[in-house]
Design a protein around this ligand. Sequence first.
Ligand code: ASP
Length: 339
Amino acid sequence: MKNLISLFLLLMLAAGCGQATDKGSKSSDRERPQWAIVVHGGAGMMERSDFTPEIRQAYAEKLSEALNAGGSILEQGGASLDAVEAAVRVLEDSPLFNAGKGAVFSAAGINEMDASVMDGKTGKAGAVAGVTVIRNPISAARRVMEASPHVMLAGTGAEAFATEQGLTIVDKSYFYTEVRWQSLLKARQRAEEQATDTTEKHGTVGCVALDKNGNLAAATSTGGMTNKKYGRIGDSPIIGAGTYADNATCAVSCTGHGEYFITNAVAYDVAARLKYLGQPLQEATGEIINTKLKQQGAEGGLIAIDSAGNIAMPFNTSGMFRGYLLPDSLPKIAIFKDE
Ligand code: ASP
């Protein structure tokens, strides 16, 4: 059975089933879907030659698992907030993505993670930054939103709060993966050679969803950038930069060079364009990623869904792990531009 599913996923990738993901679907062509869920596993400069069929299959399976985890909640009438948390937890528990288990190493040789979540129905949000022992930072972000009077907690304070909340705390060694360690060693080497930008620019996971009640939610989780220094925090835990959700407009989760996503308030800019300019989702997200950010030399992408169920997944890098799931269908997964 597992083989059959794997074969199907491979065929889907080969047949370019992900094509619709970049174009999304127009609400004018159809009714709003009962529910919808979209995930990303990071945008970056990726070489096709690095992706053997086995590697592609591993990514496709994990992204599909995340979509199915969130999709089954939505199918049963559950909340988009529960769906995005469930989907991101699946990706955090995988060593394939730069979040949770697969988080990259900082310059100090530790894994410092950031995450945020926003509920489009209530406008409430929660985030954690620079946490090192919380197994699922996305769940800690949700607790900050629901069980504290704050929006963002950082470092040891966030960890003490997560412990009080009964979340799973792990030894720092849980986050060790050989691949990420080697990336740090390479980044350190490059830093010595170039003494300029020493970071690696891809990773992060995210999810946006629309539930049967028309509620939107967004979630983002990351290990940040390899070899980051001085307690650097990126866009992922910042509401309005890496994550945003508002039932009146859309839900957005970003990935890319965080500093630019912060200064351009990217996630909020998508919502603002919909609200104040009346731009369709495809146009708003395309302009931000492919014109505005590109002109600044900022690499990255985002996933977004609007209140009508339109989906956009633009990126200006060579690839972005991404996928979506709609009712009565199978996950659509893609990595490169032409998929
Ligand atoms: N946006 C993340 C950060 O800057 C990294 C990424 O998405 O690759 O921390």
